[in-house]
Design a protein around this ligand. Structure first.
Ligand SMILES: NC(=O)c1ccc[n+]([C@@H]2O[C@H](COP(=O)([O-])OP(=O)(O)OC[C@H]3O[C@@H](n4cnc5c(N)ncnc54)[C@H](OP(=O)(O)O)[C@@H]3O)[C@@H](O)[C@H]2O)c1
Length: 291
């Protein structure tokens, strides 16, 4: 039996659909805190569980052979949530765990705040003795839509950042779901315990060009200093909390923490190249043009 945790989240729902397409609904269990939010159309079984309430986990993982552990969203105590899930997977006799991490999660000195819990979770998996595969996912361009930054940059004709020539290998959330489902199903899986799921590295100048190409509106990259980023994004109209959150990664992007070599993992898992940034933006053209 296959199980996906976090099944009601955005990644969870997409992955569930992709997994059912591959293996059928009968052998799939959706594990979530909010079963009502999991679309019933796929006819998968749901089991209610919360990593914060470990007593719910034995029944949720009972009989599960391959488990996709979707990382919880970034909250204090996330590592403890992951520790509980891994412990329950061991106790339930799960044969293989797939975990969604981030690129360079365990690199010494990684300053990216998001990476810390992931690196520690990877270490917990190793210490658990569970057979596992870590899908180290690069940045989703979906975040540029969610924050409104991409639309506002198109409207203003400029994308302010201090990331310089730092490159990010964007891969979409939808492609991440397809790759995670393939990995869980055991199909096309490249060898190795740590897999980088990344696209080609792009500078913010190239992100601006992708926005231009996808929308037909000229967008240029405007270099600013680190201390000016949050203010520049807020001035565009990005909500302050999101502007600060996005901007705090600019020095890390500039320093190359999201620039990892493509090694064919994405192609192998997807059976094609990942969707390019230009095509991703083009598929959201109406939204980017304020429609
Ligand atoms: N690579 C990237 O650029 C990137 C960007 C954003 C996020 N991420 C990571 O990918 C994950 C999924 O993203 P998303 O957009 O689908 O997030 P989302 O829609 O906000 O969903 C949050 C996810 O966290 C799970 N979760 C939170 N607290 C939990 C708990 N106590 N026990 C079990 N599960 C818990 C939720 O599961 P339920 O079904 O139980 O609600 C849900 O799957 C995020 O949590 C984050 O770690 C990666």
């Amino acid at each position: 039996m296959f199980a996906i945790t976090g099944a009601s989240g955005r990644l969870g729902r997409l992955t569930l659909a992709a997994l059912v397409d591959r293996v059928g609904a009968a052998g799939v269990v959706a594990v979530t805190r909010t079963p009502g939010a999991v679309a019933q159309t796929r006819r998968v079984r749901t089991r209610t569980a919360d990593f914060a309430d470990p007593a719910t986990l034995p029944a949720a993982f009972d009989g599960v052979r391959r488990l996709l552990l979707i990382s919880a969203d970034r909250t204090p105590g996330r590592l403890a949530l992951h520790r509980a899930a891994i412990g329950a997977a061991v106790a339930a006799g799960v044969e293989h765990v797939v975990y969604t991490s981030v690129v360079r999660a365990a690199d010494p000195g990684n300053p990216v705040p998001e990476a810390l819990d992931h690196g520690r979770t990877e270490a917990l998996l190793t210490a658990s003795g569970l057979a596992h595969t870590v899908l180290r996912v690069n940045v989703w361009p979906d975040l540029l839509l969610l924050s409104g930054l991409a639309r506002l940059a198109v409207s203003a004709g400029e994308l302010p950042s201090s990331a310089g020539d730092g490159r990010v290998g964007y891969v979409s959330r939808a492609d991440t779901a397809l790759a995670a489902a393939a990995l869980l199903a055991g199909e096309g899986a490249p060898p190795g315990r740590l897999l980088d799921f990344t696209g080609p590295g792009l500078t913010d100048g190239q992100v601006a060009s992708a926005l231009t190409e996808a929308t037909g509106r000229p967008v240029r990259h405007r270099p600013v200093a680190d201390h000016e980023v949050a203010g520049a994004l807020t001035a565009l109209g990005v909500p302050p909390a999101l502007a600060t959150g996005w901007g705090e990664n600019d020095p890390f992007r500039r320093a190359g923490w999201f620039d990892v070599p493509e090694d064919g993992t994405a192609r192998r898992l997807l059976g094609r190249e990942p969707v390019t940034l230009t095509d991703f933006f083009a598929s959201h053209r109406t939204e980017l043009l304020g429609g």
